[in-house]
Design a protein around this ligand. Structure first.
Ligand code: NAD
Length: 319
């Protein structure tokens, strides 16, 4: 049996998934829809999918087992609810929305259904992360330090707070999610964000710098710095405890102790691992293969929205 896959959204990240899924012998790429019909047509012609102008029509006409929702943050909501009505398994790109009420409603519907979900938190599948998670399992974490320092993203919707939620919600969410995955839930946040240097970009109203203090449920303290003022791209996390640290820098994970350092360098494609895991989960019903189901992505979103709220109100916000 092949998993019949449909796509809503045929932009940058959808193309990555399509290419990887086309290589998976258990997948039949079936149908694609995008509000930009040229994007749907182009993807359809590349992978032999049927293009649709409207996602409702696509869901009506096609038998789809799994739907990849690859739309910008502001476009989530009804799509997921309509697909859930039909019992379609869902892969939802991060962030899974911008409105917590809608996201919670979707999460509730998912929990009442048999639907298998996965989300685009691909870093959870990076080589060495499983070992780091296991290593940290019985450790007392003292402190977490994260950063996501990168370039400006040209995509038009990205610069608008209403559409993207800003850099933390849309982008540095990857780092925050990995912090949650490895170091546990976050109790509260206190954030400062500012638009310091990108005043000249028309229509841009998102902060270009952010500094977010985190208090973890465990009692560990931490922070995450975000910025898109740079020429290059640097991301990383350090998780510190007594006489050890786990250090993630781009694609390299290191466990550093007094007498030894273990280094894992990524040699495989984490997006492929993520997509294959979801397809295998759909085929076998083994949900455990998915490392970031919808409810996990919802929790990460909640923390990033809490940080936005904290930056606006200048208050500590409980998650
Ligand atoms: N997991 C990752 O590493 C990763 C990488 C890149 C992007 N993303 C996420 O994927 C999402 C999309 O990003 P992108 O870079 O592909 O953006 P994009 O702008 O390249 O593509 C988005 C596509 O969605 C279409 N679209 C918009 N609203 C729609 C709607 N209501 N119905 C159907 N189609 C609609 C647009 O026309 C566009 O073709 C974002 O949330 C982004 O954060 C994740």
């Amino acid at each position: 049996m092949k998993v019949r896959v449909g796509f809503v959204g045929a932009g940058g990240i959808a193309k990555v998934h399509m290419k990887l899924l086309a290589e998976n012998e258990n997948v039949r790429l079936t149908a694609v829809t995008d509000v930009a019909s040229s994007a749907a047509d182009h993807a359809a012609s590349l992978y032999g999918m049927k293009p649709y102008a409207d996602y409702r029509e696509m869901l009506e006409q096609e038998s789809i087992d799994a739907l990849f929702i690859c739309v910008p943050p502001f476009a989530h909501g009804q799509l997921e609810l309509d697909a859930l009505e039909r019992g379609i398994h869902l892969f939802v790109e991060k962030p899974v929305g911008l409105d917590m009420d809608t996201v919670n409603r979707i999460a509730e519907k998912i929990s009442e259904s048999q639907v298998i979900t996965s989300t685009g938190y691909c870093l959870r599948y990076q080589e060495g992360i499983a070992q780091a998670k296991e290593y940290l399992q019985d450790k007392t974490i003292a402190m977490v330090r994260g950063h996501y320092l990168t370039r400006f993203v040209e995509t038009p919707w990205w610069r608008e707070q209403e559409k993207s939620g800003g850099q933390l919600v849309e982008q540095a969410t990857h780092t925050l999610d990995l912090i949650r995955y490895l170091a546990g839930d976050i109790r509260n946040v206190y954030a400062h964000m500012a638009l310091r240097v990108f005043h000249d970009v028309p229509g841009l109203d998102i902060p270009d710098v952010g500094s977010i203090n985190l208090l973890m449920e465990s009692g560990a303290v931490g922070h995450l710095d975000t910025s898109f003022t740079q020429l290059d791209h640097r991301t990383g996390i350090e998780i510190l405890g007594r006489d050890f640290r786990v250090e993630i820098s781009g694609g390299t994970v290191a466990i550093v102790e007094k007498e030894r350092t273990i280094i894992y360098k990524s040699t495989t494609d984490m997006y492929k691992a993520q997509d294959d895991a979801f397809i295998q989960a759909v085929l076998t019903g083994n949900r455990g293969l998915v490392l970031a189901p919808y409810e996990e992505a919802a929790k990460t979103l909640q923390v990033t929205l809490a940080a936005n709220e904290s930056a606006l109100s200048d208050r500590v916000v409980h998650v």
